[in-house]
Design a protein around this ligand. Structure first.
Ligand code: COI
Length: 382
């Protein structure tokens, strides 16, 4: 039987009062077919990234004349879409990725969720979608996590990956911003993003394809950017590489990002360098957190344009000591090898670098509540 309940699933006022007030506006209609304890335990046992989903999803609808309405949590399941739904034709869609971590005392926390909410609003602006208020974003995540609390995994390095997304739901084939939009949050228990744990990955630096161009949507987290990265990723995989690094679309000279991850270099003098935000690079929450942690450790932190030629010479001459990639899903992932049409270089001795491992450890210690949250980054959801 489907029952509609008051939202009483979580402890009172663990986010700001404003967010808790919005959370109270959500109706929660529980699924009539929840996974049994046994089924859930089976699904929570080493889930492959992005393959397992919880019992419910959060949803808010938008209409141009009404604004954001109908806040609800409902049974997870397929969406019924008219074949003319705008997103299916013109790709007016954006998304986010963040994780909920269970701490030793059983509480559940998100890492800097306001940053994801703010980025979703920036992405919305670029894709001509309506801005969702930060408090609605936070409340939707919190109510979903509270409803599906039993799905937060507890194994080491596991978390509940939250995927908020927004799309043009109006059935209309004219090319203009849609008058109807849906915002949803789904949740996926996850372990490591890369099979094999924290092993160095190999990267193909692509000089042929770009994921974004000047004035394009590179800084927005929209599906189209990821679609553009699939063919290069497939071709790199066929050559035996794990990931692709893209160069800037304007000059084809400077490192940008990996499509789903930002990239960092650690130099032989200990300084930490990453491509500056040019408008075609995604501003990662993990990226900005690492910049802060590295600076806390007294490292020189440099955001600048990094020519590929400098990276290649630096790898060969020893000036570049470590390379790592970072993102919500991938956390901090060491890079062991970089290659392109004209070069093939091992990073250091091919093993994870010292700072790479230290930063990963510190970041995850904060996220899992194993060390004090000195920057006030964590938000308790349940
Ligand atoms: C994330 O790290 O959350 C990402 O968006 C990367 C990828 C799974 C799309």
């Amino acid at each position: 039987m489907t029952s509609t309940t008051e939202n009483t699933a979580g402890p009172a006022t663990i986010l700001s009062e404003d967010i808790e007030e919005i959370a109270d506006l959500f109706s929660v209609t529980l699924t009539d077919t929840p996974a049994s304890d046994e089924e859930r335990a089976k699904k929570l046992d080493s889930p492959k990234f992005g393959t397992v989903f919880t019992d419910h999803m959060a949803r808010i609808s938008w209409r141009r004349d009404e604004g954001w309405v109908h806040r609800r949590v409902q049974k997870y399941g397929p969406l019924q879409l008219d074949p003319a739904t705008a997103v299916l034709h013109y790709g007016q869609e954006i998304f986010e990725g963040l994780k909920a971590y269970q701490h030793a005392d059983g509480s559940v926390w998100a890492f800097r969720p306001e940053e994801n909410a703010a980025r979703l609003a920036r992405s919305a602006h670029r894709l001509a979608l309506p801005a969702l208020p930060v408090d609605d974003f936070m409340a939707a995540c919190a109510v979903l996590v509270r409803t599906d609390r039993a799905w937060v995994p507890t194994a080491p390095d596991s978390s509940l990956y939250l995927r908020p997304f927004m799309f043009a739901s109006e059935p209309f084939l004219g090319v203009r911003p849609a008058d109807e939009v849906q915002f949803l949050v789904i949740a996926s228990p996850s372990g490591a993003y890369f099979a094999g744990g924290v092993k160095p990955v190999s990267i193909w630096v692509d000089a042929e394809y770009h994921r974004a161009g000047p004035g394009g949507t590179g800084a927005a987290k929209c599906g189209g950017n990821y679609a553009a990265s699939l063919l290069p990723q497939m071709e790199a995989a066929a050559k035996g590489f794990d990931q692709v690094c893209f160069l800037d679309g304007g000059s084809n000279v400077y490192l940008e990002e990996l499509g789903g991850m930002n990239v960092f270099l650690v130099m032989d003098d200990g300084s930490v360098h990453t491509p500056e935000l040019t408008g075609s690079i995604l501003e990662g929450v993990t990226r900005s957190s690492i910049l802060r942690l590295a600076a806390d450790h007294g490292r020189d932190v440099v955001e600048r344009r990094i020519p590929l030629t400098e990276l290649v010479e630096g790898l060969k001459g020893g000036r570049v000591a470590e390379v790592f990639a970072c993102g919500t899903a991938a956390v901090v992932t060491p890079v062991g090898r970089l290659a392109g049409e004209t070069f093939d270089a091992t990073v250091g001795d091919g093993q994870p670098g010292e700072l790479t491992i230290a930063i990963r450890q510190e970041l995850t210690d904060i996220q899992y509540g194993r060390t004090p949250d000195r920057h006030g980054w964590m938000r308790r959801l349940a």
